[in-house]
Design a protein around this ligand. Structure first.
Ligand code: VG1
Ligand code: CO
Length: 544
């Protein structure tokens, strides 16, 4: 088998966003597009001699084609070994687990997460480093710089590898090992959680659950863990077969896109617990009977009850949340006397804190929760964590959360997304905020005094690296906040995200409607940014 060195020229649009490179499938199908990016990753990752690479994806359209190319390129590059999930399937957290267990140099994860799939949908590629986590900004920027000057890539001229056959085979001098996609991950979950206690809950007659895998990657993981190992009934996993187009759906676990699950949980005599995860299995949504847990509250509740779970029995080193995530977990950290870090949006910013042992739990408002067990957010892990807490306390979801609010106060929270905006208009809106917001410091708006008005930047406490331009913050003296960001994962036009938060210590006011109680803040935030005037939109596309 011969290594070909193929002449190529740069594509100018390969700068990774919040979570890797995401583009329409048709963009990835251009000759050389995937190859250029993979070659750039390999060159930044350095000498592959003796090293292992992990490869897998969420099973969306183009997953297997891309994997065949990556395997040929990894062999041409000279990796000693490549571990591939069977049929090319690995959830994002399972890929992170494999990288760590097998001391790999890193991994290539193929996913566009919650973006729709299929020939007309999106595809994505992401490099995870040796710690199992998304490569740090300095690495993704180096990959981007390489992609801007690339003129050749190397690829082996070889037949297709059968991804369906477990076991190992040689591709040139590289050993390709097709591994079970679920085994390592399931074993890790058994170490962290009290499976006996959860099994007892799942098998008791008074408890029913539904896990919506949304025809995405979590199906096989949920079936193996919840049904085979924990004895949940067969109907407890919904949409459990991964499909290349996710059944035409939008594999995003929220109140809008996981409608089928939400309808079941909000029905009379519906199940007691509902969970859902996204395209690549790193996001989660948690529901109780007629009760939605916001991701920010979920992180706070997990932190408050963590010591009931075997894997966290010794307590938490610290916690972290992304900047736009509500400050609910901050209040728990304060009471526990542990550090709470505020990072920019995107999981890559948690990596150093986790590696340095400064934090144990972390999360984002965008339905992402995780811990030091891997270096990615982890959907099924969050659902098992909740089940473990329910089993250990004997309480139901709504009682747990409302009691939590009574103890810590409630952070009313909502995110408004304006999707598919004209890119020029969205960038103008944002740069106008950059110019005008700082002048609001100390001023009064809508009866509230502005305490901080700036653009967020973050200095990593471990390696001191600085990340700037991470969202406009408007923080009021009572802790209320309005945050503006432009999405770094969308593929059509631009998406503006506006985040609203208000703290309510008074327990007699904890059952108000979120949108109504936030209305004055929402009106103020919309007006300050001139959303209607600048974009013509009079309501958000998605409210979570
Ligand atoms: C969004 C979320 C962010 C998350 C990212 C990747 O980014 O806001 O919190 O880390 O998606 O999630 P953005 O830039 O569009 O706001 V996923 O499930 O791709 O892995
Ligand atoms: Co995801």
């Amino acid at each position: 088998m011969q290594v070909h060195s193929v002449a190529t020229s740069p594509f100018k649009d390969q700068r990774p966003g919040t979570s890797g490179l995401r583009k329409p499938v048709s963009t990835f199908q251009q000759p050389g597009y995937l190859e250029n990016f993979v070659q750039s990753i390999f060159e930044v990752a350095g000498q592959p001699t003796g090293e292992t690479l992990v490869v897998g994806g969420d099973g969306r359209f183009y997953n297997s084609d891309a994997i065949q190319t990556i395997l040929r390129m990894a062999a041409a590059r000279g990796f000693a070994r490549v571990l591939v999930g069977r049929n090319g399937i690995l959830s994002t957290p399972a890929a992170s687990c494999l990288i760590r267990n097998h001391k790999a140099r890193g991994g290539i994860i193929l996913s566009a997460s919650h973006n729709p799939g299929g020939p007309d949908g999106d595809f994505g590629i992401k490099f995870n480093d040796a710690n199992g986590g998304p490569a740090a900004e300095k690495v993704t920027e180096a990959i981007y710089r390489k992609s801007m000057e690339i003129d050749r890539y190397q690829i082996l001229d070889s037949p297709e590898i059968d991804l369906d056959q477990p076991g190992s085979q040689m591709l040139g001098a590289t050993r390709i090992e097709i591994v079970d996609s679920v085994e390592d991950y399931a074993a890790l979950m058994e170490q962290l959680f009290d499976f006996d206690q959860i099994r007892e809950l799942l098998q008791s007659s008074g408890f029913a659950m539904r896990m919506d895998a949304m025809h995405a990657v979590t199906g096989p993981y949920a079936r193996e863990i919840l049904i085979n190992r924990l004895g949940a009934s067969a109907d407890s996993v919904m949409n459990g077969t991964p499909l290349p187009d996710f059944g035409g759906g939008h594999p995003d676990p929220n109140l809008v896109y996981a409608r089928e699950l939400v309808d079941q949980l909000f029905a009379e005599n519906g199940p007691d617990f509902g969970g859902a995860s996204d395209g690549d299995g790193d996001r989660n949504m948690v529901l109780g009977a007629r009760f939605f847990v916001t991701p920010s509250d979920s992180l706070a509740v997990l932190a408050a009850y963590a010591t009931l779970v075997p894997g966290y029995r010794d307590g938490l080193a610290g916690v972290a949340r992304s900047m736009p995530t509500s400050a609910a977990v901050d209040r728990v950290a304060e009471q526990l006397g542990i550090d709470c870090f505020e990072t920019p949006t995107g999981w890559k910013y948690f990596g150093n804190l986790l590696d340095a042992g400064r934090i144990t739990l972390c999360g984002e408002e965008s339905f992402g929760t995780g811990s030091s067990h891997v270096r990615e957010k982890d959907g099924l892990w969050a659902i098992l964590f909740w089940l473990n807490i329910l089993a250990a306390t004997g309480k139901n979801v709504s009682d747990l959360v409302t009691e939590h609010w009574r103890r810590f106060g409630r952070n009313y929270y909502s995110r408004h997304d304006y999707e598919g905006l004209d890119s020029g208009q969205a960038h103008d809106l944002y740069s106008n905020l950059q110019r005008t917001v700082p002048a609001l410091n100390g001023q009064e708006r809508g009866g509230l005094t502005v305490a901080t008005a700036d653009e967020f930047s973050y200095q990593d406490p471990v390696d001191q690296s600085l990340s700037t331009g991470q969202g406009i913050r408007l923080i009021f003296e009572d802790g209320s906040r309005v945050i503006y960001r432009l999405s770094g994962t969308g593929t059509q036009g631009a998406t503006l995200r506006v985040y609203f938060e208000r703290f309510e210590p008074d327990a007699s006011r904890h059952d108000e409607d979120t949108q109504s109680t936030l209305a004055p803040l929402i009106d103020l935030g919309n007006e300050l940014a001139g959303i209607h005037a600048r974009t013509g939109r009079d309501r958000p596309t998605v409210i979570t």
